[in-house]
Design a protein around this ligand. Sequence first.
Ligand SMILES: Cc1cc2nc3c(=O)[nH]c(=O)nc-3n(C[C@H](O)[C@H](O)[C@H](O)COP(=O)(O)O)c2cc1C
Ligand SMILES: [Fe+2]
Ligand SMILES: [Fe+2]
Length: 407
Amino acid sequence: MKPIEIKPGIYWVGVIDWAIRDFHGYVTKNGTTYNNYLVMDDEVTLLDTVKHDFDATAVENIRRVVDPYKIKNIVINHIEPDHASSIAAIMEYAPDATIFITERGKKGLDRHFDTSRWKFRIVKSGDTLKTGKYTLTFLETPMLHWPDSMVTYIPEAKLLISQDAFGQHMASAARFDDEFFSCHSQFELDDAIVDYYANILMPFGKLIEAKIQEIVKLGLEIDMIAPDHGIIWRKDPGYIIQRYLDLAKGKADLAAVIIYDTMWHSTELMSDPIMNGIKDEGVPCKVIKLRSTSMSEAIKEFWRARGCLIGTPTINNVMFPSVAEFLYHLAGLRPKDRIVGGFGSYGWGGGAVKEAYAKFQQMGLEAVEPGLQVLYKPSAEDMDRCYEFGRDFAKRLKEYHGKFQAV
Ligand SMILES: Cc1cc2nc3c(=O)[nH]c(=O)nc-3n(C[C@H](O)[C@H](O)[C@H](O)COP(=O)(O)O)c2cc1C
Ligand SMILES: [Fe+2]
Ligand SMILES: [Fe+2]
């Protein structure tokens, strides 16, 4: 792939992965990119690598700018294999390079590769690497989103290489934010941002807020943010910072999403009048059937909306497996500031809706009690109850959402 000069002497040498649809279980419907960067200075320095599948392309991309043997330093901001697994291929061409990495990064890298012959320099926040006219300044960002993570700031270029932060899974001909709209819409951009944030970064909202404040306090001048996935922010880096702050603070749309599954359609039948009740209260509502939708899509829609209703039939006294899986996964993402409720059909003892509420409580989410259960197929009266349930939920949602608007 053709390298692109993003700042004088600093090149994007990344890879566009048009085909990937399963990124460790996360459905990347638009593919992704693995961005890495080459600093052509007195000391040639590579910032991050790409995914092992693209070893040959990674080396070829570098070769289009410089003989890889000339690489003096390699910065590994994050050891996850999508960014660090080409390191072995690169080290074959640049065996004398020094790897700049955090202490925890080194420990993790040692678990993936035989590093015994590689040279390392362990770095901490504030440490620098002078490559010539550029100074690479490292800033650790532990648990954003792995313990080893850091970002690299280059003051002379006002450039932040932000690693996974501010990224999106989006294969595109566009490399920069200002090019994006020639091939995509604003909706696609925001969808990709929320999708990435919800699925990867949701648990770390507090840390993200604190790290952004720290960067603001340091007074770093930033006119370009170059993440390791998706587009590079050069026209308006402030946009993505503000969007992240909003997402980190739990900002949501005044909207609802119904996430359900069903065996014999009774729970599904309930969804329809519930949706109408919500809509008639003036609250936009999406409906997602779990077995027809990827988990990552459902997680994104959950995070976009202020309120969520979970629909599940009872199977063997418990929730339907796809719903249980969704809530189990969601709990790990530690959602906050959302209002939820549950409904579903059952045949005899029930139990699924109760179980869903136990999960809501475990997550500490505001739950509209007691939920709605219907015996087998909903009757006409049941459908009316569903409609009222939807209306009541929407009223509570609006009230709840208002609290966030007030502050
Ligand atoms: C394999 C299976 C196991 C079930 N186990 C229970 C159960 O333990 N308790 C219960 O109340 N209903 C149980 N049911 C009945 C369903 O909850 C009932 O048929 C319900 O209407 C299904 O809703 P749905 O059409 O949305 O799938 C079970 C149904 C099936 C097919
Ligand atoms: Fe990562
Ligand atoms: Fe990544």
